[in-house]
Write a protein that binds this ligand. Structure first.
Ligand code: BG6
Length: 478
């Protein structure tokens, strides 16, 4: 286990949000039980509801009953945790109200470091972020004006802006109050163990990386499929759509991890330099590329979901062919497919290698049948498989694909943390490697803006629920 961090306070804006209930409070509670937190820490929930500290504690207890793993959730453990919980009622747009937050933070117990080390967590709609940081600054809680000699950091949830322009504005607004090395833009995909392992797999093994180039790789396919719809997030989806919800962040981050160059070292900035460089190398989309490279879809029945317009043209599916214009990847297609209400829930990356120069075994098409592949399954299984051809037993020489597989579950027994456990710990400890830097966020938005612009005016194609998406999605593979 890492050394314990300094005593600290966490302030959660949006203490009643779905994210706080499902992920943040359970993760903070479990990290406490696993012994990751220091002697003293405080968790201050901020929200609009008029609650006493005790009422807030009771609400958190209810959330934990529903959403935590259940381990440790008994009276003594919760009691020990609940004495760390506090509540401040605040209208987030009212700058005067932040003085109450200031008092709660500064005058509670000034001698144990709780006021020196503060993490702000914005679990709030994106348009509130600039207002919150401005008000924090006004109340003397911003990082740049801090003279107490500790740290003040901010975690900002996705969606980080809604396009390049709003993301830039947000970067400027937050950058006025917090330095870049105190800003943690979270994408929970970067907290997933198999995603963190992509870099380790690539750069700690001698046998794969020499082949990881356009000379040996035919294509790369990234799939983020879900067998459920937008659930109760109609209003959000109408604003976002899949390109903004999943392509701009999770999908492009997977692409960056699988295609980036080796970093100079393992510092957060070296790794993020390479990811930014990769995103910058993605070939810009032009309207003339749309037909060949982009297919958007909408599942049947989407327009009848709650808070969705009856004539909505918002996409719930996207299949996009990318090219990375650099020496390693020139002309290798990267296919990304992501969608709601598809046949199965799976996130995976498949690297397909070129066929051998001469095919002795069967007809030409048998090569793609057995083509070598490295398959990273991120979820629900956490595996890495290597596919190759083997002789089917018998007199004839027939080649079949077979797999060598590594499975986290059978190879490691350590109790797994979830992405939010890992990323909260990283933020408290100041490790930014798995958070998105300003430049990457902007490059990703430029890509998604260009895709949206290229398909402007073309309605998404309808696809049946639990299918593979619109039938025409195959055209990007040709
Ligand atoms: C979220 C998206 O960021 O990621 C959701 O807003 C999506 O639409 C979710 O369902 C997927 O996360 P995971 O970890 O379940 O794959």
């Amino acid at each position: 286990m890492q050394e314990k961090p300094d005593n600290f306070s966490v302030v959660i804006f949006g203490a009643n949000s779905d994210l706080a209930s499902r992920k943040l409070f359970p993760s903070l509670f479990e990290l406490a039980q696993w012994g990751h937190w220091p002697e003293e820490y405080r968790i201050i929930g901020v929200g609009r509801a008029d609650l006493s500290h005790d009422e807030f504690r009771a609400q958190v207890f209810e959330k934990l009953i529903t959403h935590s793993s259940g381990a440790f959730l008994d009276e003594p453990h919760f009691k020990a945790f609940s004495r760390r919980l506090f509540y401040v009622r605040l209208d987030l747009t009212d700058s005067e109200g932040y003085n109450d937050l200031y008092r709660e933070l500064m005058y509670f117990s000034p001698d144990v470091g709780l006021a020196e080390h503060i993490l702000f967590y914005l679990s709030t709609p994106p348009d509130l972020a600039p207002i919150i940081v401005k008000n924090l600054d006004h109340a003397g809680l911003g990082e740049k004006k801090d003279s107490r000699g500790g740290w003040r950091k901010i975690i900002v949830e996705k969606p980080y802006g809604t396009n390049l322009q709003t993301a830039r504005e947000l970067n400027v607004a937050i950058g006025e109050v917090f330095s870049e090395d105190r800003i943690f833009r979270i994408d929970h995909y970067l907290g997933k163990e198999p995603v963190q392992n992509i870099m380790v797999f690539r750069f700690s093994n001698g046998i794969f990386e020499p082949l990881w180039t356009r000379h040996y790789i035919a294509n790369v396919e990234i799939t983020i499929a879900e067998d459920f719809g937008i659930r109760d997030r109609g209003a959000f989806y109408e604003e976002a759509g899949l390109l903004r919800d999943i392509m701009q962040n999770h999908a492009l981050q997977l692409l960056a991890a699988v295609a980036m160059e080796p970093p100079v070292d393992l510092s957060a900035d070296s790794v993020r330099d390479e990811k930014a460089k990769l995103l910058r190398s993605i070939r810009p989309f032009l309207p003339s590329d749309a037909e060949e490279s982009i297919v958007l879809g909408q599942y049947e029945g989407y327009r009848s979901e709650k808070n969705v317009a009856p004539n909505s043209t918002v996409e719930t599916f996207a299949a996009v062919k990318f090219y990375v214009d650099n020496w390693r990847w020139k002309d290798v297609p990267f296919f990304i497919k992501a969608g709601k209400n598809l046949a199965e829930t799976v996130t995976k990356i498949v690297i397909t290698f070129k066929c051998p120069p001469q095919n002795y075994f069967g007809p030409a098409e048998s090569c793609s049948y057995i083509a070598n592949q490295v398959i990273f399954c991120i979820q629900p299984d956490e595996t890495i498989a290597l596919r190759f051809g083997a002789k089917r037993p018998g007199e004839s020489v027939i080649t079949d694909p077979v797999y060598m597989k590594f499975d986290y579950k059978t190879s490691f027994t350590e109790a797994g943390m979830t992405p939010y456990h890992r990323l909260l710990l990283d933020a408290i400890n100041g490790d930014q490697m798995n958070f998105i830097r300003q430049d990457s966020v902007e490059y990703s938005w430029a890509i998604v803006d260009a895709i949206r612009e290229a398909v402007k005016g073309t309605p998404p194609e309808s696809y049946p629920i639990h299918s593979r998406g619109p039938e025409s999605a195959v055209r990007i593979y040709s």
